[in-house]
Design a binder for this molecule. Structure first.
Ligand SMILES: C[S@@+](CC[C@H](N)C(=O)[O-])C[C@H]1O[C@@H](n2cnc3c(N)ncnc32)[C@H](O)[C@@H]1O
Length: 251
């Protein structure tokens, strides 16, 4: 079961994760463990400073390496006390590799990580070079801190852990789990007040036909919206002749 240690100046972000929805189930069952470490608790001066002005001038502040390093040591020591090996250290950064479902699957099957949430202009580069193993980005935009990126990773991991979702099938059929986007979903009524109809195949009870319809819709949607994903599946030879026929039927 993974344990994540998060270094954050704003630990209040993480309380709702423990108390809401699916993530709460992961914490209640012990499937996911989380410990927050505030670098401010590891500052040594009278003001408990965690940041300073950037060398070379310019706007904003930079997170000091030392409080982060001490908080990281404390987190790794605590993990050791629980019988865990030192964890990989992740820094959230717009310069990191985009977070993908394949990475989330690996984190869910791992012993976890120490997650560093940057703030201000970012973190002193010497800390990054000494201590960080991997940099992860949530996307091509700038957040005010790494906390929302950490929450996204933790949420995505939590729903993959055993016993957290009511049906494990549900995660297996989600977007990206086999390289495709998910198909459209419908629920009652079969015809709504605006005349919107549910595709007849979904009402017929023929499970093989429903599975084929869903697979075709996943392929078509992915080709339309994310041709890069189809290209990756083709390169990995993960599309069957039937899949290719379904794709060319949409051309
Ligand atoms: C205001 S941002 C710093 C932005 C940085 N000066 C830049 O332009 O790349 C503060 C912190 O938020 C986090 N952050 C911002 N955008 C992010 C993203 N797209 N993915 C992951 N973390 C992000 C990082 O931890 C970053 O150190």
């Amino acid at each position: 079961m993974p344990r994540f240690d998060v270094l954050s100046l704003f630990d209040g972000y993480f309380a709702p994760l423990r108390s809401q929805g699916i993530c709460r189930r992961a914490f209640d069952s012990g499937a996911l463990q989380l410990q927050i470490w505030n670098p401010r608790d590891y500052a040594t001066d009278a003001h408990r400073s965690v940041d300073d002005r950037p060398y070379g001038g310019g706007p904003g502040m930079v997170m000091l390496a030392e409080p982060l390093e001490r908080a990281l040591d404390a987190a790794q020591q605590a993990r050791k006390g629980c019988g865990l090996d030192p964890a990989p250290v992740v820094l959230f950064s717009p310069a990191g590799a985009p977070l993908r479902q394949a990475d989330v699957l690996r984190w869910a099957a791992s012993d976890g990580a120490v997650l560093i949430c940057g703030r201000y202009e970012g973190v002193d580069q010497r800390f990054v070079e000494r201590c960080v193993d991997v940099e992860i980005s949530l996307g091509d935009y700038v957040l005010s801190g790494g906390e929302i990126a950490a929450l996204a990773l933790l949420d995505a991991v939590a729903r993959l852990l055993p016993g957290v979702l009511h049906s494990t099938e549900s995660a297996q059929q989600d977007s990206f789990s086999d390289g495709l986007l998910d198909c459209p979903h419908y629920t009652r009524p079969p015809r709504d007040a605006h005349g919107g109809e549910v595709p007849a195949v979904l009402l017929g009870g023929d499970h093989a036909r429903i599975a084929r319809w869903r697979r075709d819709r996943m392929l078509r949607l992915t080709l339309q919206r994310r041709p890069d994903l189809i290209a990756a599946l083709r390169a990995a030879r993960r599309l069957s002749a039937r899949d290719e026929a379904a794709l060319s039927a949409t051309d």
